[in-house]
Design a binder for this molecule. Structure first.
Ligand code: DWN
Ligand code: ZN
Length: 416
């Protein structure tokens, strides 16, 4: 079995401590967005160990390995605009950024701008928005729409160059990107270089406590190197004289936090931030027990999902999947669910259609397959959009179709 090019971490990526504790192992899995062309189905796929550890000093939860980002991110299957709820979410974020921090004409940079899903509303609302995006296929989509995007990995060199060419940024935004970056201290230095004196970094990351509480272990895959809570983020930004001054919990991707970071001493800490820091501290009073319990809940969820699927199969139900998500590929591989169980997975992303899921080789098809194959039950691998999907697939539901919502424990929806 070929290994993806990866290196093993021997110290924490935020604080450098070598005291670390591994609490979850999901086996050796293929890369979560490495969908397979049917002609290449017989070729071996790149795999790497999928294990999670926590730093015993700063608390950062992180993978034990780092897969070469060139392999994962230069050509990237996930296009944010394919999910309608994300378009609405980022329109709201653009409104907030412009109103709070970036008056008309302000220079705003988005790191990991994907297909331009946030650049578009930022521009419509009067900001001078520039994207930085390493995936060539996605940067090309944004540029073709006139949403200016430089095709690079963000770091201190790019930040200094942009500042020299275009001036300091009032806001740098980073949505669902900090988890993907190995060199977090470099990112902090790059932000320090690019932001104006009163500039603000606004970033969203999936929140560790939502992951733990709802057993969202499937959001663990090689793209996500870190699983954040506030304490290690505060340690990180303090390294460059910056500090979090506000935080908000947002519902995206199973529960995320939106953080606001500025230069120390420029802005007062909000009660929302103080409160959440205190809550985290109390919840982690016995951290070893918290992570041990989580690992046990992961194993229990796997067992329950396999049991539900086996029962439906033996009752003669036709089964499929909905949403060829990255996290779905963790779930399918870890639970050993393949094409003998799910005959296809429906997904709206043109890029994924016609391909096979990594490792498990389930065909990804467009939504017309649902009418053609008439599954009785679909495993909802995009559970983070459950409400929107159940509402939109009203025809499927009206003829009796149901979904397995897999987390925190599998259950059938809608209720009957
Ligand atoms: O950080 C990351 C997050 C933000 O996105 C990544 N590393 C990769 C990716 O994770 P994911 O693939 O788990 O993300 P989503 O947003 O849950 O993916 C949804 C998938 O479902 C897309 O392929 C589009 C599809 N979809 C669909 O077919 N019908 C989505 C909706 C809302 C729908 O109605
Ligand atoms: Zn640490």
């Amino acid at each position: 079995m070929p290994s993806a090019p990866f290196r093993r971490l021997t110290s924490c990526r935020v604080c450098g401590a070598t005291e670390i504790s591994v609490f979850l192992s999901l086996g050796e899995t293929p890369l979560a967005n490495a969908f397979v062309r049917p002609v290449a189905a017989a070729a071996p796929e790149l795999r790497a160990p999928l294990e999670v550890m926590r730093c015993l000093r700063c608390g950062l939860v992180q993978l034990t390995v780092v897969v070469d980002p060139e392999v994962i991110f230069r050509d990237y299957a996930y296009a944010t605009s394919a999910s309608a709820p994300m378009r609405g979410h980022f329109d709201g974020l653009a409104a907030e950024i412009v109103e709070r921090f970036a008056p008309a004409g302000s220079f705003v940079v988005e790191v990991g701008s994907n297909d331009g899903v946030l650049l578009r509303p930022l521009r419509e609302r009067g900001a001078r928005a520039l994207g930085v995006e390493p995936a060539a296929n996605l940067a090309a989509i944004a540029n073709a729409e006139g949403l200016e995007t430089v095709n690079e990995f963000f770091g201190p060199d790019v930040a200094s160059r942009l500042r020299g060419e275009r001036g300091a940024a009032k806001v740098v935004v980073g949505n669902n990107v900090l988890a993907h970056i190995d060199g977090l201290p470099d990112v902090a230095r790059a932000l320090d270089a690019l932001l104006d004196d009163d500039g603000v970094f606004v970033a969203e990351v999936p929140y560790l406590f939502d992951l733990l509480d709802h057993v969202e272990y499937d959001t663990v895959y090689h793209e996500h190197l870190s699983y954040f809570h506030l304490a290690p983020l505060m340690t990180l930004f303090a390294q460059v004289g910056m500090q979090l001054f506000d935080v908000k919990r947002v519902p995206t991707h199973g529960g995320s936090i939106r953080m606001y970071v500025g230069r120390s001493a420029r802005r007062a800490e909000t009660p929302a931030l103080t409160g959440l820091v205190a809550l985290e501290r109390s919840r982690l009073a016995d951290a070893a027990a918290v992570f041990g319990t989580f690992a046990a809940r992961v194993a229990a969820q796997r067992q329950a999902l396999r049991a539900v699927l086996a029962e439906l199969r033996s009752a003669g139900k036709r089964l499929a999947g909905y949403g060829a998500t990255a996290k779905g590929n963790t779930m399918l591989n870890y639970c050993g669910i393949g094409a003998d169980t799910l005959s296809f997975i429906a997904d709206t992303t043109p890029y994924k259609q016609g391909l096979l899921t990594p490792g498990t080789h389930i065909p990804v098809r467009d939504e017309s397959a649902i009418d053609a194959e008439r599954p009785d039950v679909m495993l909802l691998l995009a559970w983070n959009y459950a409400d929107a999907i159940v509402r939109r697939l009203d025809g499927y539901v009206a003829r009796g179709g149901r979904f397995i919502h897999p987390i925190p424990l599998p259950r059938l929806i809608p209720d009957r």
